[in-house]
Design a protein around this ligand. Structure first.
Ligand code: VGL
Ligand code: ZN
Length: 207
């Protein structure tokens, strides 16, 4: 029998309307997250959790503007508005998210020198967040992913799950994208599908 876990990606205020890095309709996925949790015996969450001096913040690069791409210690880095600063309101989970069944939260993006879109590894794949090892220790071989944002953290989390050997499903209606460029979310879905992620709607896994 497959042992399944649900991974809730970055369901945080800063990625919801009114937040510092708002994703259009990002708050709409909270209902999906709450509804599908009961289909899983194991639920985990990732949390974008940056120190104020994080290298992904445009504000920390004099003269730079948000959404510009720079080289950050050898990796291309989109510069973002200051978001999800540790212990700030913006970094907290959306107030309507049911957190009672979240077995463990995996913070990411804590190293100021490298960003971490994936819930598994930093963008340079130098360090693990511990998520993959923890899931394996629980006997998990299958993961379902939803959250924010489709074209960044959701995409890289799902791709890493495949790379790490998990059977990987994406609940597409439980995701919304940043869409820096129109079509980014659709391209991300195509990329995930091409890598072996099965794309589903939350309605297809029961309610
Ligand atoms: C994210 C950009 C910067 C995300 C996090 O959660 O998709 N995007 N930090
Ligand atoms: Zn971030």
């Amino acid at each position: 029998m497959a042992k399944r876990a649900l991974i809730l990606v970055d369901l945080q205020n800063d990625f919801c309307p009114g937040g510092a890095l708002e994703v259009a309709h990002g708050d709409e996925v909270v209902e999906v997250a709450n509804r599908v949790q009961k289909r899983f015996e194991l639920v985990v969450a990732t949390q974008d959790w940056h120190p104020a001096d994080h290298g992904s913040f445009a504000a920390n690069h004099p003269g730079a503007e948000p959404y510009q791409v720079i080289d950050l210690h050898g990796l291309p880095q989109v510069l973002w508005p200051v978001h999800c600063v540790q212990d700030s309101d913006g970094a907290r989970f959306h107030a309507d998210l049911d957190t009672a069944r979240i077995a463990k939260v995996f913070p990411k993006g804590t190293d100021p020198t490298v960003d971490s879109y994936s819930g598994f590894h930093d963008n340079g794949r130098r360090k693990s967040t511990g998520l993959g090892e923890w899931l394996r220790a629980q006997g998990v071989d299958t993961v379902y992913v939803l959250g924010l944002a489709t074209d960044y953290c959701v995409k890289f989390t799902a791709l890493d799950a495949v790379t790490d050997g998990f059977a990987t499903y994406l609940l597409e209606d439980g995701c919304r994208g940043v869409e820096l460029h129109a079509g980014d979310s659709e391209a991300a879905i195509d990329e995930m599908r091409g890598a072996g992620v099965t794309i589903l709607d939350s309605g297809s896994i029961g309610s």
